[in-house]
Design a protein around this ligand. Structure first.
Ligand code: SAM
Length: 264
């Protein structure tokens, strides 16, 4: 990508660009806000199921005694995360988590359930390795574009997540929507501008984002940037304001549940 690559060599430029894209990326910034909010609920030994490159580890380490990341070897090997960043501690075949029953105090899983053909079985596995009284922190997308194809199978409602929790003897204490109608619309419009109009897939990966996608090599349409970048900032700002003043709770980018395993 020539001069863009050279520009991003400078840590200060890369840091500023990453900060700006994180703010504009509504999905990322809303998810990060949720994870920071729930991090103090984590305790004891934590298992991050589908950890990718463990982007949230630093939020949780102050609250837990250990942080272990596990990944499905086959699907992980198709992602950019496999070639950079932190590595999972354990790889497995995606069927039975390679841990004893009731061996973790906290299970974290962020945007993973949609990537398995049998989400109910993976949910049951997370519940199995959780101790009674332990905490499940799970986020799954409700309205998000196709990603990590062809390993993208489902979307989830809060009712579906609660049903899976109940079936596995977990009580849902909180359900948290990430955004509302306006951030859904804003995120979709901005994704269109970034990936279809400006072709920024490879640039976002250079910035350390898009770890769940396969490696992108496309060249950005530089001529579109003077229109695309300011529009994305405006759309993101407007979506944040409208989410507050004209909230519609029937829409969200994803839902996070906080659930406790019953002690019986
Ligand atoms: C969208 S990425 C999310 C990665 C990370 N949690 C994050 O938020 O950056 C989905 C991840 O789920 C993993 N995955 C898919 N099926 C899985 C399974 N059965 N068990 C564990 N991880 C799985 C994929 O390999 C992929 O890394």
């Amino acid at each position: 990508m020539g001069w863009i690559d050279e520009l991003l060599q400078a840590p200060i430029v890369k840091g500023a660009a990453r900060g700006a894209t994180n703010w504009v990326d509504l999905q990322w910034s809303l998810l990060i806000a949720q994870l920071r909010e729930v991090a103090p609920l984590a305790h004891g030994t934590l298992l991050d199921v589908g950890c990718g490159e463990k982007p949230y580890e630093d939020f949780f380490t102050p609250y837990v005694t250990s942080y272990l990341g596990v990944e499905h070897e086959a699907s992980f090997s198709h992602t950019t995360a496999a070639t950079r960043g932190k590595k999972p501690d354990v790889l497995y075949n995606g069927e039975r988590l390679p841990f004893a029953d009731e061996s973790f105090d906290t299970v974290l899983s962020v945007q993973v359930l949609e990537h398995t053909e049998r989400p109910q079985e993976l949910f049951a596995e997370m519940a199995r390795v959780l101790r009674p009284g332990g905490t499940l922190l799970l986020s799954a997308p409700f309205s998000f574009r196709l990603h990590e194809e062809p390993f993208d199978f489902y979307r989830f409602t809060p009712h579906g997540l609660r049903e899976m929790a109940n079936r596995n003897r977990l009580d849902v204490e909180r359900t948290m929507p990430a955004g509302s109608l306006w951030s859904v619309l804003g995120h979709k419009f901005n994704s269109y501008l970034a990936f279809q109009v400006a072709d920024l897939g490879a640039v976002t990966q250079r910035l350390g984002k898009g770890g769940h996608e396969s490696v992108a090599t496309n060249k950005p349409r530089v001529w579109s940037l003077p229109f695309v970048l300011p529009t994305m900032v405006l759309v993101s700002a407007a979506a944040r304001v409208l989410d507050r003043v004209l909230r519609d709770d029937t829409e969200a980018l994803s839902f996070m549940i906080v659930a406790t395993k019953r002690v019986v």
